[in-house]
Design a protein around this ligand. Sequence first.
Ligand code: GLU
Length: 496
Amino acid sequence: MTDYTKPARVRVAPSPTGHMHLGTARTALYDYLLAKKTGGKFILRIEDTDIKRTIPGAEQEIMDGLRWLGLNYDEGPDVGGPFGPYRQTERREIYQQHAKMLVDKGHAYPCFCTPDRLEKMRQEQQKRKEAPHYDGLCRRLSPDEAARRVASGEKYVIRFKMPKEGSTTAHDVLRGDIVIENKNIDDYVILKSDGLPTYHLAAMVDDHLMQITHVFRGSEWLGTFPLHVNIVRAFGWDEPEWVHLSVFLKPSGKGKMSKREAADAIKDGHSIFIKDMQDLGFIPEGLLNWMVLMGWGVSDGDVLTLNDMIEKFDLEHLNPSPAAINFTKLDHFNGTHIRLLPDPELAARIKPYFVKAGYSVKDDVLMKLTPLVKERIVTLDDAVDMAGFFFKENVDPKPEELIAKGLTPAQSAEAARQALAVLNGVNPLTVHAAEPPMRELVEKMGLSAGQVFGILRVAVTGQKVSPPLFESMEIIGREKVLARIRKAIEMLEAMK
Ligand code: GLU
């Protein structure tokens, strides 16, 4: 059982090799929850030792993404901390010293095999239908011979010397003991010829030096998990608690999402990248609620704030089974959390989307339209489609949309004329003053509210879907409303 009274030290350790995705964000969220629950620390470490794959801007995107989500880290490259530096390329010497420590203890060895030789070896193994593995040529060199070749300036990597006998038992909090025969684990490279470490060494060294108590990471690391515990044990260190999180599957549940499918999701208003989510109008509260439940066994429909999550979080209830990405649920949680925001807060959050769409936003109008869209939007940018017309001087209805269902243009024009006559007599034009006589009129004409209000909605807002009609009229103002209805009547009359 996890002791929640002991401050945990947890880290998220992304590689800056692409856009920050859902998996990184969820790991960070679980880290954050455990840190907050135990009064511990949440750390950001940038694992940038694969220099060829590093993408400029990716690190900044990770830092911005975490802050946007509200997952502020206590230690990290840009905030510092007592265990820095927090960027692995700034810790080269530390890894080199540790690789040497393993060599000195007989747990690792320099390997001088050329890429050419390794490639030939790989091809032969393939022909023999063997799993690719290092054949151990340099493992058999005497330490003196190896030291002589290193001193002579020959190029080398350092490999971890996996025990060939016996088995390794590695313990995962969610999956229990995992036992694997040592002979099935390769002698992995832990330090490359450029002097930079691979993940296997760097992460183990850093987790130890940074006093990490719990390692949350993706289950893609399960394959090399026994290697990692062997490295930690070879140093003689205590192991952290290991928690390999569930993988995400594509919405169909069949396999992982490909790059192409991830790109396609965007057309549908969804994404697996945090940056896109922000642009698409998702709010951190909705996203966090959705993410936290992907792999956590609290009741599925739970609406949770970050504080609720901290309170309820329980490591033992995380679910190791793969989780299918369900964007419908994301929409649900996003809409739900939008409705939980106070109006001024929601107004402030939708404003940038109007600005981005090119509207000059009047704050008093924004404040009035906010409660009208609040009940109806799923993402923040929906507010623009629904209510952008409030900031337009003129609207531009499509003539055919002015024709009510079941009516001719002439009949629609007549309905609009009668509505205009009633509204002309309502001054000031408020919801309370306008709605009752308009409903009476609809009844008198023997038409449905949908038909008559539909014509007026298109006339006044320029669109078929809008916030409630009379509330909208009140915000637009009497003169404009009447002028727009007059114009619509003319358009209908001009139709044959
Ligand atoms: N840099 C690794 C990755 O991005 C981190 C894995 C871990 O959290 O240990 O997959």
